[in-house]
Design a protein around this ligand. Structure first.
Ligand SMILES: Cc1cc2nc3c(=O)[nH]c(=O)nc-3n(C[C@H](O)[C@H](O)[C@H](O)COP(=O)(O)OP(=O)(O)OC[C@H]3O[C@@H](n4cnc5c(N)ncnc54)[C@H](O)[C@@H]3O)c2cc1C
Length: 296
């Protein structure tokens, strides 16, 4: 099987997914492949379809809690090798493996405004669209024009911004998990490069002082419930620093869980459940995960 797959990109067998998630947990995937272009993605999907093999597409793994169990399918990693980008007058077409931080820096250099918020969000464009990632009151939906998609049957099509059904940290792709985002097109306003860079620097500095960036984590664990901040509820319960195995509620930011000491994915899942139960019992608020579970 591996010979056939190598037509589509670099293939790794029995690859620990802990190497591909920012939480540094996750069992081995039977195969992990880095395709280089949309045609290769289509080839892999056709291959999986023909042979009845499951697949999962990932980007930076910065919003993923992958179980400790082996995954008997193919992980398609859209990352460094899948990063074509084309600039037009005030718009850009970018492959889903392109880093959001890199795009934010590139736009700042050009003096294009609207993506400053992404300067500290460590995911790729595909994961960002899937999650409708955002920060500082803005989100990916604000500048997105359309998205190029391929489905499980290997058909490619474009979705407009409206058809993506964006809302707070959600999109149609969370309903249609067999769709793979290949590329996205964005429109930006022309602004002042220096102002944009300054704003990004300020926000990066704020992240460095308020988030536990020196330990493996996946950003916010929970979505903010209506009219509350998840982190505030968790902090008020005195759960900062709470540990299960090697997983810990961050001392710095209560809506972050860090892998502080060789945690397993199970430790992290147990801690998430503990926090959810404690918040529900005390405040009657159900916290919903922002982090995506995979292979549980
Ligand atoms: C330190 C830190 C800070 C963070 N801050 C923020 C923040 O401020 N705001 C915010 O919104 N998020 C934040 N995050 C979370 C994360 O960076 C975002 O959710 C990001 O958009 C995930 O992108 P990714 O490439 O890592 O996706 P992954 O984690 O690899 O995947 C996430 C989900 O998207 C799906 N997916 C990925 N690529 C594709 C594709 N091409 N087609 C279809 N589905 C796909 C995957 O199957 C998976 O279900 C933070 C994370 C960290 C570690």
């Amino acid at each position: 099987m591996i010979e056939e797959l190598t037509h589509y990109g670099t293939v790794l067998a029995d690859e620990p997914l802990s190497r591909h998630t920012t939480l540094r947990v996750g069992g081995p995937a039977r195969y992990l492949i880095y395709p280089q272009d949309s045609a290769s993605v289509q080839g892999i999907i056709d291959f999986c379809h023909e042979h009845g093999i499951m697949f999962k597409v990932i980007g930076r793994g910065s919003n993923l809690l992958v179980s400790d169990q082996p995954y008997n399918g193919i992980v398609i990693k859209l990352d460094r090798s899948f990063k074509e980008i084309t600039f037009y007058e005030t718009s850009v077409r970018v492959a889903s493996g392109y880093s959001m931080i890199r795009l934010a820096n590139e736009l700042a250099r050009r003096g294009w405004s609207g993506f400053e918020w992404a300067g500290g969000v460590p995911g790729n464009i595909g994961g960002g669209v899937f999650m409708n990632a955002g920060a500082h009151g803005r989100a990916i939906q604000d500048n997105l024009v359309r998205v190029h998609v391929i489905n499980r049957e290997g058909e490619m099509f474009w979705l407009t911004n409206e058809e993506c059904q964006f809302s707070y940290r959600t999109s149609i792709f969370q309903e249609r998990r067999d769709w793979v985002i290949l590329e996205a097109e964005f429109h930006f306003e022309v602004g002042d490069s220096q102002e944009i860079t300054q704003k990004m620097e300020q926000w990066r500095h704020r992240r460095q002082t308020t988030q536990p960036l020196q330990l493996p984590n996946c950003g916010s664990i929970f979505r903010n419930p209506e009219s509350h901040f998840a982190g505030q509820l968790i902090e008020e319960l005195g759960l900062k620093g709470m540990k299960i195995g090697g997983a810990q509620v961050s001392e710095q930011h209560a809506n972050f869980i860090v892998n502080s000491d060789s945690a397993t994915a199970q430790d992290i899942a147990d801690l998430i459940q503990y926090v959810q139960k404690a918040v529900a019992e005390k405040y009657g608020v159900n916290l919903h995960q922002e982090v995506e579970y995979f292979n549980w």
